[in-house]
Design a protein. Structure first.
Length: 403
């Protein structure tokens, strides 16, 4: 959603001779900001200032070694997966990978069963011995036919029936969103598939891997370029009027950028409780979901996810959904999409700013989607840059010819 080319052209042509300040001010050092900073500096030779209000790079994907020497994800477990060879190849310039396939169990009726629901989930839950063919028939027999599938409840009930909906989805969704699934868009649960085979991988993407030395190391490599300066613990508003720049890439919340002039875009937040326990392993897989009991939705154990081996201790994180706190999940309801469209129109009319990333576009994106969105935004900026450079050269040639 980057901006009209006129003032952008003015900005870039002014940037050529005797350059002062920065060509780009990038707000936020998460995936969106870091990919754009990297591409603009390394790909186009532009001078980039990255301003990040947190005391670290990496955005929500930031990881660090805690006091117990265990690599943890302070903002919740981040598992990389993508179907895009281009995105995987791009990130591979900055990291090696460790193959990792995430597995999730759900604690239901006193048992731990695979999630998404598969053949083993049904057999274990009901003490059956169905085949794939039979479980397909089972789903068909319990599914409730719906004329129209509008809400999250409709999605699940029309696929696996009310009993499984109540066991696996209703409580989890109510905790996660503070809303009943009947009040949420169909898109929220459309992401959770069911399987009639025994595949117990949480994701089925072609590329599933974790950065070998962690996300933060990967971000450090991305941003390690003489044309990139990074300013941490700084809100961009503190410097935007002081430091010269020509074009802004904004990856923060779009409503904050426009001073909430149409009201606040609703987000769901999370409180993370990080705990290190004196045992080798805490749970059998990376994540266990608790759809019905406790205030938390899930517990994730980092050693599974990162592959770190460390004797005698392990770190886990409990996730407690809450209304207040950092903006994590845009609340997918029709009226919020409507409100966002007002901000989107403002963003489109703001010629010298490119809005990229999950907060700036008010969409829940996985990491690979944000990388894809940032690379696409870069392509558009690059095309404009090339067009402006060509027209500047033409003007110079004309001036020389006239001289
Ligand atoms: C709990 C949780 C788990 C997740 N797990 C996964 C997963 O397993 N796999 C996956 O693919 N994706 C996952 N995601 C999604 C992933 O976090 C995002 O796709 C990704 O981090 C988005 O990158 P971004 O750059 O758009 O935003 P962010 O990472 O949020 O970066 C934006 C940055 O802008 C900064 N900023 C905001 N306002 C200002 C300002 N005024 N001045 C300066 N800086 C500012 C913020 O501090 C932030 O660092 C998860 C998300 C959450 C919340």
């Amino acid at each position: 959603m980057d901006k009209g080319s006129e003032s952008f052209q003015g900005a870039v042509s002014a940037a050529v001779p005797g350059r002062r300040g920065f060509d780009y001010l990038v707000v936020g050092a998460g995936f969106a900001g870091s990919v754009l900073a990297e591409r603009l500096a390394r790909g186009l030779g532009q001078r980039v200032l990255v301003v990040e209000k947190r005391p670290h790079i990496g955005g929500n994907a930031y990881d660090r070694y805690n006091d117990d020497g265990i690599l943890v994800h302070p903002y919740g477990p981040h598992i990389f997966h993508t179907n895009s060879a281009d995105i995987f190849e791009y990130l591979s310039r900055f990291t090696q990978w460790r193959p990792y396939q995430h597995r999730v169990l759900a604690s239901v009726d006193g048992q731990m069963v695979p999630m998404p629901i598969n053949l083993d989930t049904i057999n274990k839950l009901y003490g059956l011995n169905l085949t794939s063919f039979e479980v397909e028939k089972f789903f068909e027999s319990v599914a409730e036919k719906k004329d129209s599938v509008r809400t999250s409840e409709d999605v699940v009930v029309s696929k696996v029936g009310r009993e499984l909906y109540n066991k696996f989805f209703r409580g989890y969704t109510r905790k996660q969103w503070g809303l009943d699934p009947s009040e949420l868009d169909a898109s929220v649960t459309a992401r959770v598939p069911t399987r009639t085979n025994r595949d117990d991988r949480y994701f089925t993407d072609t590329f599933q891997a974790m950065p070998l030395h962690g996300y933060t190391r990967m971000f450090e490599k991305m941003l390690d370029h003489p044309n990139i300066k990074v300013m941490l613990s700084t809100d961009y508003r503190e410097v935007a009027d002081i430091v010269p720049w020509r074009h802004m890439v904004y990856t923060g919340p779009v409503d904050a950028f426009f001073n909430y002039r149409y009201g606040k875009l609703p987000y769901r937040s999370l409180r993370f409780q990080h705990v290190t326990v004196p045992q080798e392993q805490f749970q059998p897989v990376g994540t266990v979901n608790y759809p019905n009991d406790y205030g938390y939705t899930r517990i994730s154990e980092f050693k599974h996810i990162t592959g770190q081996t460390l004797p005698g201790k392990t770190s886990v994180v409990y996730e407690y959904p809450c209304a207040e706190g950092d903006p994590y999940y845009p609340v997918p309801r029709a009226e919020n999409a409507e409100l966002y469209r007002k901000y989107e129109a403002e963003a489109e009319a703001t010629a010298n700013v490119t809005f990229v990333g999950r907060l700036a576009t008010y969409k829940y994106y996985n990491m690979d989607q944000v990388v894809g969105q940032a690379l696409a935004a870069f392509k558009r900026l690059e095309q404009r840059h090339q067009a402006v450079t060509a027209s500047t050269l033409a003007v110079e040639a004309l001036a020389q010819a006239g001289a």
